[in-house]
Ligand binder design. Structure first.
Ligand code: GSY
Length: 167
């Protein structure tokens, strides 16, 4: 069984509904199970800043999918939920990013794992560390908790204590 961490974000429409739909869809996959979820955070947009605040969370998935199959499943969910992405880095209905897949280091044209920008993104690290406080970067071995960027734009929006709250 493989362990993956996935960041999910939404900043269009009913953001909580979109996050829940994404978590449900992942959990409903016959070869994936969402075993842990972080709380939900409201986060200031990073990158293209002239857009609405996001809701973000991170989930842990136990899966028999290989990384590329997992990527395809994430993209399928994004498309099913009607992701709108007219501006690169711009607003989106829902976005799923694979952060980590076991301790693998994947450098393919369509997939980079660990996610190359995760260490710079408090909206990723704050929820990730909530569910796995001692996790280390698979390549450097440095605990992510040692280098959390400025997290002033990341505010707890809804405390979540179990997967069932989002299913
Ligand atoms: O990479 C995920 C999409 N995204 C986000 C996001 O999910 N949250 C915040 N706060 N900023 C973001 N910028 C991008 S691009």
């Amino acid at each position: 069984m493989n362990t993956a961490y996935i960041s999910i974000g939404s900043n269009i429409g009913d953001r909580l509904h979109h996050l829940k739909e994404a978590v449900r869809a992942l959990h409903a996959h016959e070869r994936a199970e969402v075993t842990e979820v972080s709380s939900i955070y409201e986060t200031a947009p990073v990158g293209y800043t002239d857009q609405a605040d996001f809701l973000n969370l991170v989930v842990c998935v136990k899966t028999l999918l290989d990384p590329y199959e997992l990527l395809a499943a994430c993209q399928h969910i994004e498309n099913d939920l009607g992701r709108v992405r007219e501006i690169r880095w711009g607003p989106r209905t829902v976005d799923l990013d694979i952060l980590l897949y076991n301790n693998d280091n994947i450098e393919a044209e369509n997939l980079l794992v660990p996610h190359p920008r995760m260490g710079e993104r408090a909206f990723v690290l704050v929820p990730l560390l909530e569910i796995t406080p001692t996790i280390e970067h698979p390549v450097t071995g440095i605990p992510f908790a040692k280098e959390v960027p400025d997290d002033t734009g990341v505010v707890l929006w809804k405390k979540v204590t179990g997967v069932e709250q989002l299913l």
